[in-house]
Design a protein around this ligand. Sequence first.
Ligand code: 13P
Length: 251
Amino acid sequence: MRKPIVAGNWKMHKTVAEAEELVMMLQKDIEKISSIESVFCVPFTSLFKVSSMLQNSSIGVGVQNIHWEKQGAFTGEISPLMVKEFAKYAIIGHSERRAYFGETDTTVNIRVIAALTNDIVPIMCVGETLYENQKRMTLDVITRQMKIGLQNIGNEFAEKIVIAYEPVWAIGTGLACDPVTANDIIFHAIRTPLKNIFGEKVSQTVRVQYGGSVNGSNARDYFSQPEIDGALVGGASLKPDFIEIIKAAAK
Ligand code: 13P
């Protein structure tokens, strides 16, 4: 049985004071639900504050990107060594980073390796754009993202990886992907490559989240799908609705 994992991606939202307020609003209710893993992926500026607030909490802390080197002349970047003092998870290869910040399958891959070798759980994002979806390229695109994103990784690390399937056209649009379709895409373009790369055992152990317009009302439809082990949540993770998503995952 894979333990469900629901992560909130706060993106570029919340000052430190606002982050503190949000954690205070959500923390107690989320901590009551221990059967799933819940994570707040916060902006770097709030990392120190949020991680101190959640030091003795069941809620995990994550970031939204990491550099692949431990240190060096990389102005403006944050290394896995710096992150691991505060956070256990890192979102890697989010479509917004791929679209706006030049992230490629190859840079995703070296960031995933950097996370794993520094004891950080990578949440590697894959997903097709609207154009790719309309051109029926979905399975090919995701299979390629999986293959390159997960190259040169040993089986001893692979089970820790979390994959987030986020169709780009479903992010922040309110147009959530149909749960049965998402399940089918995950089976063919995520579980199957996982099996081809790492073998049956790893493919059945790695957790796969769905992301894209998940909210308190539709969450249960995703979690009832056999291949979906949680959610990566944007907008709704900044609201009390996030608790409803976590409750749905626990059922
Ligand atoms: P929304 O939940 O706002 O659609 O965002 C999804 C997302 O990008 C999570 O990483």
